[in-house]
Ligand binder design. Structure first.
Ligand code: CTP
Length: 490
């Protein structure tokens, strides 16, 4: 494997960091070793596939620049069922391959509708049913709709010969667990692998979408809530459940969401999808440096990692992204145009120049003050007479954009707070006139600056939702999901 060529194809080291949720030193180590860790192989294969670069899924050897009709699925799974190859390729474009896990519960019958809708899209759908799932719908009816063998037993030697369970997990572009019972969510959160379904979840490198369905009391139980939070913090998406009458006769949140909603979320999560195509988005990021004289400046600890992750993820969703970055020690993110600036004033004028846009996200840690009268000459030290610096207020970029005649449809800010982040964040949202604020706690107990993960409260006019602590890349993915809803659904 030519690891440098693969890193280039993925958009450089920062893109690989964002993709795998690792730091720069990890990528340097991969280069030195000449190999990626085993767990990352499928993610890399999928990311390359999404960029039209074909590689051998086992060895990651580059096969060609653009995917041809022989899809990776078909070359990889030589013993896959005969219907797989016809479903997976059409006209040189590889159709997405979905692994659908149906766990027990009365809502399992709705999975049949979901399979039908996925097949209508031309997707390949392979299904694993848990023992509980098979009590509600038969593998035969599932196979009739999916056109594939339905997998139910971890230890079936025939299945192993035809399609090893690890391959089943790794060939998927997306894993959908629908309906997901409290039991399978608990087992997934614990990392168990006591049946084929949970083994596949552990072995996959694909994104995972979970659609819970259960009794409202079970959903409300703190144990289930904690499991849901754990799964989310690992980057899995949860859709629903809906509220209303449930099959057990009790009312409350617990119904499986409509299969069409699952389908639409699944579509967004597929690698290579571009729901933000034709949308222009401007992201500010990093610190600003405010000169004291020709050689000194005032700065802050912002690393720029969160803004870069946002720019990278939005570009991957098809947006035309301009990243306006203060001085940072990061390579440019894949897919975004980067404008480098130093001071708050420069950042404001670059942001105004980038308008009109559909959205502006102000993730930069802009200095509130600039040194009054800072010149080019170095201030000389006069013993016993420290200079008395005076400051002038910097322009507020977020507030300026929010009140601008060319205000984008969506303006998003961040709020770094050391106490009561939700209250202060919401106050900032109103004061600055933006639509959403991502408030994070930057107190001594909660390191954010320079860290790879972040804990944010997502604040809108409708209220605040606390997202679990997750990687900055996962925060960017969550934000992108909200933005896709806002910018593409009216
Ligand atoms: N911001 C900006 N221009 C500034 C200051 C802040 O665009 N001159 C933006 C930041 O990018 C962020 C939001 O405003 O999206 C809030 O930044 P923060 O530093 O938390 O707020 P401040 O306005 O500096 O308020 P305070 O220091 O009182 O918390």
């Amino acid at each position: 494997m030519n690891i440098d060529a693969i890193i280039d194809q993925l958009g450089g080291a920062s893109a690989v960091q964002a993709l795998l949720g690792v730091g720069p030193s990890a990528v340097s180590n991969y280069r030195i070793r000449g190999a990626f860790p085993e767990y990352a192989r499928v993610k890399i294969w999928q990311a390359l596939k999404a960029r039209g670069v074909q590689v051998d899924p086992e060895t990651l050897e580059l096969i060609g620049a653009v995917a041809e009709a022989s899809s990776p699925q078909t070359t990889a799974s030589t013993a896959a069922s005969s219907t797989a190859s016809s479903a997976a390729s059409s006209g040189g474009v590889t159709a997405p391959s979905i692994l659908l896990i149906i766990s027990g519960g009365i809502a399992a019958y709705k999975a049949l509708e979901l399979i039908r809708r996925m097949k209508d899209k031309g997707w390949q759908v392979r299904v694993i049913m848990t023992k509980g799932g098979a009590q509600f719908v038969t593998p035969l009816s599932v196979s009739a709709l999916s056109g594939e063998k339905t997998y139910t037993d971890l230890f079936s030697l025939t299945d192993e010969a035809e399609m090893g369970h690890i391959r089943l997990a790794r060939d998927a572009d997306l894993v959908v667990v629908a309906p997901a019972t409290a039991n399978i969510m608990a087992r997934m959160a614990q990392g168990m692998s006591d049946d084929l379904a949970t083994t596949a979840v552990l072995a996959t490198g694909a994104p995972i979408l979970i659609a819970p369905a259960m009794n409202p009391h079970m959903w409300a139980n703190p144990a289930t809530r904690a499991n849901a939070e754990t799964l989310k913090s690992r980057g899995m998406r949860i859709i629903g459940p809906d509220s209303g009458d449930t099959a057990c006769g009790e009312e409350g949140a617990g119904r499986l969401v409509d299969p069409m909603a699952i389908l639409s979320m699944a579509e967004q999560m597929l690698p290579g999808q571009t729901p933000l195509k034709n949308r222009r988005i401007v992201v500010t990021s990093g610190p600003t440096h405010e000169p004291i004289d020709g050689v000194r400046y005032i700065a802050n600890r912002s690393s720029g990692k969160q803004g870069q992750a946002i720019a990278e993820v939005l570009a991957r969703h098809g947006a035309e992204v301009t990243l306006i970055s203060g001085p940072v020690d990061l390579p440019p993110p894949a897919g975004a145009d980067v404008i480098r600036v130093t001071t708050a004033k420069e950042m404001l004028s670059a942001t105004l120049n980038a308008l009109p846009a559909d959205a502006v996200i102000c993730a930069a840690a802009v200095a509130d003050w600039a040194v009054d009268g800072a010149g080019k000459a170095k201030l000389k030290k006069t013993p016993g007479q420290p200079p008395a610096l005076t400051f002038v207020e910097n322009p507020d970029i977020l507030a300026t954009i929010s009140g601008h005649p060319q205000r984008p449809k969506l303006v998003v800010g961040f709020a770094a707070e050391t106490e009561t982040p939700v209250a202060h964040g919401d106050d900032k949202r109103r004061r600055k006139g933006c639509d959403w604020i991502l408030a994070n706690d930057v107190g001594a107990e909660a390191p954010v600056f320079g860290a790879d993960d972040n804990q944010v409260h997502f604040i809108t006019a409708k209220g605040a939702v606390t997202w679990p602590r997750m990687t900055k890349h996962a925060v960017a993915e969550h934000l992108a999901t909200e933005m896709i809803k806002e910018l593409t659904h009216g």
